[in-house]
Design a protein around this ligand. Structure first.
Ligand SMILES: Cc1ncc(C[n+]2csc(CCOP(=O)(O)OP(=O)(O)O)c2C)c(N)n1
Length: 271
């Protein structure tokens, strides 16, 4: 898929994220719009994973550590054919498997997440397993900048470098906001690049909404032989809808029908 095609796909994904969040009357709107371009490029350009090979031990692994933005993951997995999109009409409804955080009951989901700070340690374990089994699959995990203070991340970061996990890539959805304020106010982790470099990772920055830049960055993996790779993807919470962008009220807020119409107009889709 070309960068232009990917960009078009992201508009569709954004529209669907809003649709299913409104249908569920639940969901993490801002954070899903923040990370969906990264998921788009991962699933449509990078990952060797699809509904047919999902039970193969050789598939690539994607673990969404910032599990609360599961709506972005669901719309991408539905688009890739892991389950019928109509399943998402049950999102957050009684007895549905499509709950508000990733669960392995949903095909395509590698790991249950949502309690922040678990994705990177699990990804490290998967990457070590690949090395031990002499397998070529790669492991990717998406972290939020608000979850970085979790101590488990730093233990995992040390371990990844120690075991020279160049089959591992962690991507940071660096939108500078978390649940109750800016990440800098709540618990400052800056300088993030310097910290990961000092822990033995190879780090690059990228615009997390620029398809060409994301493609180039993922194509360059691993950035350094024998080192795990860390991508700081600069993003905007609520990206694509001007009145949601960089406004943390949208961390967990459901748009009204009028707001959905306005959002769709902005996205260039008939309301
Ligand atoms: C262990 C744990 N502590 C607290 C929470 C509550 N929580 C849910 S989302 C969130 C903020 C996460 O911020 P970030 O990862 O930056 O997500 P984004 O702003 O991109 O949505 C927090 C603290 C949680 N899910 N898990």
């Amino acid at each position: 898929m070309t960068a232009k095609e990917l960009a078009k796909r992201s508009i569709e994904y954004r529209k669907k994220i809003l649709k299913y969040i409104v249908g569920a009357n639940a969901g993490h709107t801002g954070g899903s719009l923040s990370c969906v371009d990264i998921l788009n490029v991962l699933y449509n350009h990078v990952l060797n994973v699809n509904p047919e090979n999902f039970s193969s031990p050789d598939r690539d692994r994607y673990i969404q550590s910032k599990g609360h933005t599961v709506e972005a993951l669901y719309v991408v997995l539905a688009d890739k054919g892991f389950f019928p999109e109509s399943d998402l009409e049950t999102l957050c409804k009684y007895k549905s498997n499509y709950i508000g955080h990733p669960t392995k009951k949903v095909k395509g989901v590698e790991q249950n997440t949502g309690a922040l700070g678990h994705g990177l340690p699990i990804a490290v374990g998967n990457a070590i397993a690949a090395k031990l089994d002499d397998k070529d699959f790669r492991v990717f995990t998406l972290l939020g900048d608000g979850e970085l203070p979790e101590g488990s991340n730093w233990e995992a970061a040390l371990t990844a470098a120690h075991y020279k996990l160049d089959n591992l890539c962690a991507i940071l959805d660096y939108n500078k906001l978390q649940i109750s304020g800016t990440t800098a106010e709540v618990c400052n982790t800056e300088p993030i690049d310097g910290k990961f470099e000092s822990f033995g990772w190879s780090v690059r920055h990228v615009d997390g909404h620029d398809m060409n830049a994301l493609i180039r960055t993922f194509d360059a993996l691993p950035f350094t032989r024998d080192k795990p790779s860390f991508i700081i993807a600069h993003t905007i919470k609520g990206k694509g809808v001007s009145f949601m962008e960089d406004d943390n009220n949208w961390h967990y807020r459901i748009p009204t029908m009028d707001e959905v119409k306005a959002a769709k107009r902005e996205l260039g889709i008939d309301a």
